[in-house]
Design a protein around this ligand. Structure first.
Ligand SMILES: [Zn+2]
Length: 433
């Protein structure tokens, strides 16, 4: 750290960091790295780093117990209650917000800024899915065991290790188990957390699934839309000539799939679901089409969204213009956005990226950068530093009934996560001497 910066009060630096989220640090990278690397020499941090291996059986047990509590999106309450009591016994001040997010706070030496570490509670499995965990050798098997049993167990382990080591962070840390990450949950839990804490947030670390080989620093933007076309409906023979909602949907759909999309930035669309009609000899009164639009670029998403609206509008107009009998009713249409995940990217020169690199070096890990759709989309889209990482061990078969997890070397992932977390929260010099 250079002399000039050293004379600037920490709070002033924080304020600068906060108002310049896209150029997240004015400190030279080497200085930041030294800061994070120095962490591991702190005796309390060292104790916390060792805690994971010593307590691996306890961590496994948490993961099994939480996985066996069903938690489909929108029905996370029971699992949330179990996480709340576990976070309380890790010494945190815990509350549940009105959406059902569980938030445990560890007060820092200063509460001017916060670091948020999260794991989503929900699974893609509907109520009634058999979620009892069974073992095959070292392997644990159950739907949701890895996504996100591993993340939740990791969240509790981080809180416990910090408590056991009596670490007082410089900035407050919020440990949150959030609702609504999967599917039509549409990141609603994370959206509420960011809304509530946005003004103080320095960084967000999302624990999602297993492994240590990847890190999501780029948010894949997506939009999911549904068009609903309605008309009067009638008899296929006697009302022939009336505008037909399915015809309009086919006309519009055909226009849309001819939309040109770039390979760079990679941009995709999918017509995923069509519904409508009541019988083969009826002119339908309704037709629906759901599409999924994704891109590495938010601009392309917007462009495709406009193309979809234009295409469907033109399809409806074509059908009405071509109706053989214009006296027989008209068509109405509307488009509903049923999901929206904004894009964004963690800057390569950000403090969080530096903390990640130093943590990887320290534990001897190599991780590749990925673009994906996770809870980190929300902070990244707002210019708040965020990453999503696996919480260690190995897993597979996510979102399938054959999902599995192997906890061997889980501690590598947790040591990495702890160093990143404390790299961003920093350890209070005063209380941890
Ligand atoms: Zn997940």
């Amino acid at each position: 750290m250079n002399l000039l910066l050293r004379t600037v009060k920490r709070s002033a630096v924080c304020a600068i960091l906060f108002v310049m989220p896209l150029r997240s640090s004015l400190l030279p990278q080497a200085a930041r790295q030294a800061n994070v690397a120095g962490l591991a020499e702190n005796a309390r941090v060292e104790f916390a780093l060792d805690w994971f291996k010593k307590n691996h059986a306890w961590i496994d047990q948490q993961q099994i117990e939480l996985t066996e509590i069903p938690a489909p999106s929108f029905q996370e309450e029971k699992r949330a209650a179990a996480v709340a009591s576990a976070l309380s016994s890790a010494g945190l001040t815990v509350h549940t917000d009105k959406l059902g997010n569980v938030i445990g706070e560890l007060r820092g030496a200063s509460d001017k800024q916060l670091v948020l570490v999260t794991a989503h509670l929900d699974t893609v499995f509907p109520a009634g899915t058999h979620v009892k965990v069974h073992r095959e050798g070292e392997r644990l098997l159950a739907p949701g065991i890895s996504d996100n049993g591993t993340g939740l167990a990791g969240l509790l382990a981080l809180a416990k290790a910090i408590q056991a080591a009596h670490i007082v962070p410089q900035r407050s840390i919020l440990f949150a188990a959030n609702v609504g990450e999967e599917g039509e949950g549409n990141l609603r839990g994370m959206r509420a957390l960011i809304d509530a804490y946005r003004m103080k947030l320095r960084a967000v670390i999302v624990l999602d699934g297993s492994g240590t080989d990847h890190v999501t620093t780029k948010a894949l933007a997506s939009r999911r839309m549904e068009v609903v076309i309605t008309g009067q409906g009638g008899h296929s023979w006697s009302d022939f000539g009336m505008p037909n909602p399915i015809n309009a949907l086919v006309r519009g759909g055909l226009r849309f799939i001819n939309t040109k999309v770039p390979t760079v930035p990679r941009t995709t669309f999918n017509l995923g679901q069509i519904e409508g009609g009541t019988s083969v000899n009826s002119i339908p009164y309704e037709a629906r089409l759901k599409v999924d639009l994704r891109s590495e670029s938010e601009d392309e998403i917007v462009r495709m969204e406009i193309a979809f609206r234009d295409s469907m509008g033109a399809g409806v107009k074509d059908e009405m213009d071509n109706a053989r009998d214009r006296t027989k009713g008209k068509l109405d249409w509307k488009i509903n956005v049923i999901g929206s995940r904004p894009g964004g990217e963690l800057p390569a020169d950000s403090a969080l990226m530096a903390a990640l690199r130093v943590a990887d070096d320290f534990v001897g890990n190599h991780s590749r950068i990925e673009r994906s759709s996770t809870d980190a989309n929300i902070p990244l889209s707002l210019g708040i530093q965020a990453i999503a990482i696996g919480a260690g061990g190995n897993g597979g078969g996510a979102h399938s009934l054959q999902e599995w997890y192997e906890p061997a070397e889980r501690e590598l992932g947790l040591r990495r996560a702890l160093l990143i977390l404390l790299g961003m929260a920093e350890v209070s010099e005063k209380d941890n001497g």
